[in-house]
Design a protein around this ligand. Structure first.
Ligand SMILES: [Zn+2]
Length: 105
């Protein structure tokens, strides 16, 4: 149980989670593992009714994401989690900390 006044450190969370591993877990990146480069097609876009993979890409180094179809975008995995799950910033950090079992941040 976390202390109710526990403070979350966004930088420490980003340091602890590799963007590739994050998107692997969230979106099943390995199916597209043959691609080279840091920007990879990451399956269908979770932000619009996407029928065909191709327009949604993630940056496996920075965690940034962008959909060339609906325009959804963000600069890191925190932004992805926040937008996808419609959370406020603190709840985003809280769920990431829990999901990835980050103990001290
Ligand atoms: Zn989209």
């Amino acid at each position: 149980m976390m202390h109710p006044h526990h403070r979350f450190d966004a930088a420490a969370i980003k340091d602890a989670i590799d963007p590739y591993d994050f998107y692997l877990k969230e979106l099943g990146l390995p199916r597209y593992g043959y691609q080279s480069g840091v920007w990879r097609v990451a399956g269908t876009c979770p932000f619009h009714d996407d029928r065909k993979a191709g327009s949604f890409k993630v940056n496996t180094e920075t965690g940034a994401f962008k959909c060339w179809s609906c325009g959804a975008s963000g600069g890191d995995i925190i932004a992805f989690r926040q937008q996808r799950n419609d959370l406020d910033f603190i709840d985003t950090l809280r769920t990431l900390t829990q999901d990835w079992r980050i103990s001290s941040c």
